[in-house]
Design a binder for this molecule. Structure first.
Ligand code: GLY
Length: 456
């Protein structure tokens, strides 16, 4: 079956890997692809935002399915254009993609339909946004650009001054262009973040494994925000009950609300959640697979990715599709980035890529094959290096070691991906040790004080 995959990052490489692993006979064409995807698929050179070019390519190639990876072509109406030509496509329409492309509209929808999320106000003027901060929100507070901002438009502000600066950057300085026509002033939520993806058919969902992303550049969650420096799955906080609760209280009501608004959502719905003391709340929705969570999640998949994608692309319902199944163990992805990322990544460095065993998957993101045949860096995030192992600790170590072995000038990566899970595992081990110790002490004391115990 001929499939056209739109996109050229690590996420699309992971999707290509999952599809070709599932069925070697899949005839995959990717555009614009990258040198990693080129090892699995034919690659075309149409850019992911050239909507007429993509429609023409899908028609010429008689694609039986188009999968749209990034958000930009979804915002630009690629799905609508393909549907007009009766080409099955996995991804939401332009109207449904607003769940990600307009944080202001989505916040108002969530508040109207009682979907758990933080209270927020939307402002177009810096003066009224500042006034909201001083008189109604205080600090800490979250300031968000409403539109697409490459994962950098959400600013957590610990002081009023930081909030004012963020408002000015978004609304007055236009640091994110038109994405900053509106800004949200939002209450700060406490808890751990969790990314939960689900394939949606407009009414029902098939949830995937939960994952945790690492947005900050440096170890210890320090430094500037990035598109994501690593991820891991499964997350022990993401129990089956939590997934059921999120499905009942967040995914299904959101699909209901979107149908009511005349924009039914079909594709991959990404819930960015905060696990607050009152339960899971929505931080944001995305209308596509997350990057780099996808690079951690898909290598764990043991059931079909294509079946549910094809089902919803044809407009059929998921109720006859079996839930996803996953391998045991854990998966950790470490992103290797260029020096200067995220503000001004230095590109063009020659890359030495060692060969790894089957347990390591190296997903290309910012690489290019230069005219001299040398693989070179061409973007901020260069690779996502995923290790799958029987335990979390083994996967974490293997992913970090493999990231360290990738050589290019100025390569940077985090050494602590999954540190929250590591801390939970350590705390559980200490708790077990201490309860075993207390049991022993109790037993010894009983033995000393109970003459019957001594003689029995
Ligand atoms: N991992 C964050 C995103 O994909 O937007």
């Amino acid at each position: 079956m001929k499939i056209l995959l739109v996109g050229g990052g690590g996420r699309e490489h992971a999707i290509a890997d999952a599809l070709t692993r599932e069925n070697v006979a899949v005839d995959l064409l990717a555009t614009p692809g990258n040198p990693g995807i080129a090892q699995l698929a034919r690659v075309a050179s149409v850019s992911a935002t050239n909507i007429p070019g993509l429609v023409e390519l899908a028609e010429r190639e008689q694609a039986k399915l188009v999968i749209v990876g990034p958000e930009a072509p979804l915002e630009a109406g690629l799905v609508d254009a393909l549907q007009q030509r009766n080409i099955p496509v996995f991804g939401p329409t332009m109207a449904a993609a607003k769940v990600e492309t307009s944080k202001a509209e989505t916040k108002s929808m969530m508040l109207n339909f009682g979907i758990p999320t933080a209270h927020a106000e939307t402002h177009r003027l810096a003066s009224t946004a500042r006034e909201a901060v001083t008189s109604r929100f205080g600090a800490p507070v979250v300031i968000k650009a409403s539109g697409l901002a490459a994962g950098k438009g959400v600013i957590v502000c610990h002081t009023i001054k930081e909030a004012f600066d963020a408002i000015d950057r978004i609304l007055d300085d236009r640091a994110f262009g038109d994405a900053g026509n509106e800004c949200l002033v939002e209450s700060f939520m406490t808890g751990e973040e969790l990314s939960l993806f689900a394939i949606a058919d407009g009414t029902d969902v098939l949830p995937m494994l939960g994952a945790q992303d690492h947005k900050r550049l440096l170890d210890g969650d320090d430094g500037p925000n990035t598109g994501g420096m690593g991820a891991y799955t499964p997350v022990s906080l993401c129990t089956p009950k939590l997934v059921d609760d999120v499905t009942e209280c967040i995914f299904l009501p959101t699909l209901h609300a979107m149908r009511k608004r005349g924009a039914p959502f079909s594709g991959l719905l990404y819930a960015g959640l905060m696990l607050t003391p009152e339960g899971p709340k929505v931080v944001e929705f995305n209308c596509r697979f997350g990057d780099p969570e996808t690079q951690a999640i898909l290598p764990m998949l043991t059931s079909s990715l294509l079946d549910p994608m094809m089902t919803v692309a044809r407009g059929a319902k998921l109720k006859h599709v079996a839930p996803f199944t996953w391998r045991d163990g854990a998966s950790v992805t470490t992103v290797v980035a260029s020096s200067g990322y995220p503000d001004a990544p230095k590109t063009g460095a020659g890359i030495e890529l060692p060969s790894f065993g089957d347990a390591i998957r190296v997903y290309h993101a910012g690489t290019t094959r230069a005219a001299d045949g040398v693989l070179r860096t061409s973007g901020g995030r260069v690779f996502a290096v995923t290790a799958v192992a029987p335990t979390f600790s083994a996967a974490q170590r293997a992913s970090r070691d493999a990231a360290a072995a990738i050589g290019f000038d100025g390569a940077i990566y985090r050494r602590d991906i999954g540190w929250r899970e590591a801390a939970r595992i350590e705390a559980a081990a200490l708790a077990m040790e201490s309860s075993a110790h207390n049991e022993n002490v109790g037993r010894n004391e009983t033995t000393r004080s109970d003459p019957d115990a001594r003689t029995s």
